[in-house]
Design a protein around this ligand. Structure first.
Ligand code: TXA
Ligand code: MG
Length: 323
C-alpha cells in the first residue's frame, strides 16, 4: 500500500479524518511525537496498529480526543483527574482513569483493562484531525517497535512507508518526548511515565507528591508498554559519560565540553544553552542523526534530572538498556 503524504491544510485534515473513520491507519503529528492513529472503537483498525509497528504484544494504547467533553464520555474523572485535565489539557499529559460505561474505546485498545488512557493533545492540527474523525483515536508513537520515536514526518516514512494509509506532515514536534502519564484510579495519583509535563508541575496542581508505580519483584509492569528496552537506536548508548572514547558519537547538553571530544566520530548538542525543554524537542531526532553516523556507541553527557530532564533521562536509560 503506498503511503500518502497529506499536507497540514483543511483538505489534509479532512482526508485524515475520513481515512481514520473508514478504519485506516494515519500517522498524525502531535506536540509530543507523531502518533500512529486508528479508530479506537474499531478492533480491526487497532489490530492494524500492532501489525504495522510489529509490536510483539498488545499493550494498552492512549485514546486521543479533541476536548475534555469527549474524554468524559470515555473515562470517569474524579476530582484529581478533573483538576489535572482542566490545567494541562490540551497538552502533553495522559490520564489513566476508570473506563466509562458506554465508552467507545474497545477492549483491544485497552488490552482488556478496566481503565483507559486518555489525552487531549496540545497540537491544534491533531485536535482538528480528531474532530474530523469523530471517534476516539488510539495512537502509540508512529515507529516500528523498539525504534526511536518519530518527531518528523520523514522519521515516520522511514519506519512505516508502505504499511500505513497516510502521514499528515505537520513539521517537527515542538515538545519532542511523549506525554507524562498519570494514573488516577483508587488511591493517590501515580506517575506511570515521566514526559512532556514536568512532574513538579503536576505535583504543584495536586498539592502532593506523585506516587511511584507499585512494582513488586517479578510482577508485570503497571504500565505494560513500559518495556525496559525501548526507544532504541541501533548503536549502543552509554550514559553519564564524563570522558569520550575515540570513535564514539556524542550527545552533548549545555556548554560543558567533555574530555576527549576531539576524537569523537560525530557530536550534536541538544541545547547549547542548557535548556531542558529545547533538549527534549531535539532528543529523538538527535539520536537518529548520531545513529546515522555509523558509530558503534553513542555517549551521552550527564543531563539534569529535574523538569523535562526526568523524561529525557528516562528515554535515554531505556535506549541504553540491555536488548
Ligand atoms: O505523547 C504520547 O503519549 C504519544 C502521542 C502519539 O500521543 N503516544 C504514546 O503512546 O506514547 P504509547 O502507546 O507509546 O504509550 C502508551 C502508554 C504505554 O506505556 C501503556 O502501557 C500506557 O500508556 N497505558 C495505556 N493504557 C493504560 C492503562 N489502562 N493503564 C496503565 N497504563 C496504560
Ligand atoms: Mg512508543
Amino acid at each position: 500500500m503506498p503511503t500518502r503524504q497529506l499536507a497540514a491544510d483543511a483538505a489534509g485534515v479532512a482526508e485524515a479524518g475520513a481515512l481514520l473513520r473508514a478504519g485506516g491507519l494515519v500517522a498524525i503529528p502531535t506536540e509530543t511525537v507523531y502518533g500512529l492513529g486508528a479508530d479506537a472503537g474499531n478492533p480491526a483498525a487497532v489490530a492494524g496498529i500492532y501489525a504495522a509497528k510489529e509490536r510483539p504484544r498488545f499493550n494498552p494504547l492512549i485514546a486521543h480526543l479533541p476536548d475534555l467533553d469527549a474524554a468524559r464520555r470515555e473515562g470517569v474523572f474524579g476530582p484529581d483527574a478533573l483538576r489535572l485535565a482542566q490545567t494541562f489539557w490540551p497538552g502533553p499529559l495522559t490520564l489513566v482513569v476508570p473506563a466509562a460505561a458506554g465508552g467507545r474505546v474497545c477492549d483491544l485498545a485497552r488490552a482488556g483493562l478496566p481503565s483507559v488512557a486518555l489525552r487531549v493533545p496540545g497540537s491544534a492540527l491533531a485536535r482538528a484531525v480528531l474532530a474530523a474523525a469523530g471517534c476516539p483515536v488510539a495512537a502509540p508513537s508512529a515507529n516500528r517497535s523498539g525504534r526511536v520515536s518519530p518527531t518528523q514526518a520523514d522519521h515516520v516514512l522511514g519506519d512505516l512507508a508502505g504499511r500505513i494509509a497516510a502521514v499528515l506532515d505537520g513539521g517537527p514536534c515542538p515538545v519532542g518526548v511523549e506525554s507524562t502519564i498519570v494514573a488516577c484510579l483508587d488511591g493517590p495519583p501515580v506517575l506511570l511515565r515521566p514526559g512532556g509535563v514536568a512532574r513538579e508541575a503536576v505535583e504543584a496542581v495536586l498539592g502532593r507528591a506523585l506516587a511511584l508505580p507499585a512494582a513488586p519483584a517479578g510482577a508485570a509492569p503497571v504500565s505494560p508498554g513500559l518495556l525496559a528496552s525501548h526507544y532504541a537506536p541501533r548503536a549502543a548508548v552509554r550514559l553519564d559519560a564524563a570522558a569520550i572514547r575515540p570513535g564514539e558519537a556524542v550527545l552533548l547538553f549545555g556548554p560543558t565540553v567533555p574530555e576527549g571530544l576531539g576524537g569523537a566520530a560525530a557530536s550534536l548538542n541538544l541545547s547549547p544553552a542548557g535548556d531542558l525543554a529545547e533538549a527534549a524537542a531535539h532528543l529523538f531526532a538527535g539520536l537518529r542523526r548520531l545513529d546515522a553516523s555509523g558509530a558503534a556507541t553513542i555517549a551521552v553527557v550527564p543531563i539534569p534530572d529535574h523538569g523535562l530532564g526526568e523524561a529525557i533521562r528516562d528515554r535515554l536509560a531505556r535506549a541504553a538498556a540491555p536488548r
